[in-house]
Write a protein that binds this ligand. Sequence first.
Ligand code: TZP
Ligand code: MG
Length: 218
Amino acid sequence: MSEIDQRRQRLTGARFYAIVDTGYVPLRRILAVTGDLVRGGVDLIQLRAKKQTEEEITSLGHAMRTVIKSDGPLFILNDHPHLVPIIEADGVHVGQDDLSVAEARTRAGTDVLVGKSTHSLEQAIAAEREGPDYIGVGPIYKTGTKPDYVPVGPGLIAQVAAAVRVPQFCIGGINEQTLPEVLVAGAKRIVIVSALLLSEDIPAYCRRVREQIETIPL
Ligand code: TZP
Ligand code: MG
């Protein structure tokens, strides 16, 4: 099987996506936190470094790749598609104001995954036409991680699920407490940022979240 098909197959089974956001994790703790997420058994780990230079992101990415083994979670870089082959990431994630999916694929390489953020039903439908490997849907709830965004509410989850076939990861304000409502609303795949990064015991938090997700079949 080709490398992109292997990555797509791993993505198809993925339910739980974590983001290492340097807004929450001091640089000296990035590798420890990444190791905790790997031990917790998340399916994807994204590096989201909004304030770092490309040099810093390259060095963080190389270091994270040593912790995220090839049989571990998929490793996704937020933005900077041209750095994806350099840090040997499995994919890139772009937002609504970033490059098109096609352009991101050209820069990141044809054998890696491309994900795209969406914030409404219309954006989800339009994004699917661009041919990403997955989309993000959110923020479901108000979140300090993206404070300027209006939450879409859990009601959007079923609407998007009915309208598109590309795998959808629900994101924004999801934590152990809000997860039941998100799952009842129809979410099959979720992303957690702050609740996970700020938890006292990341592997234990991951396991409790996974247990909840797995009560719902894909
Ligand atoms: N995109 C939509 S909401 C969000 C992103 C990156 C942040 C989600 O963070 P949190 O802390 O899990 O609410
Ligand atoms: Mg972006």
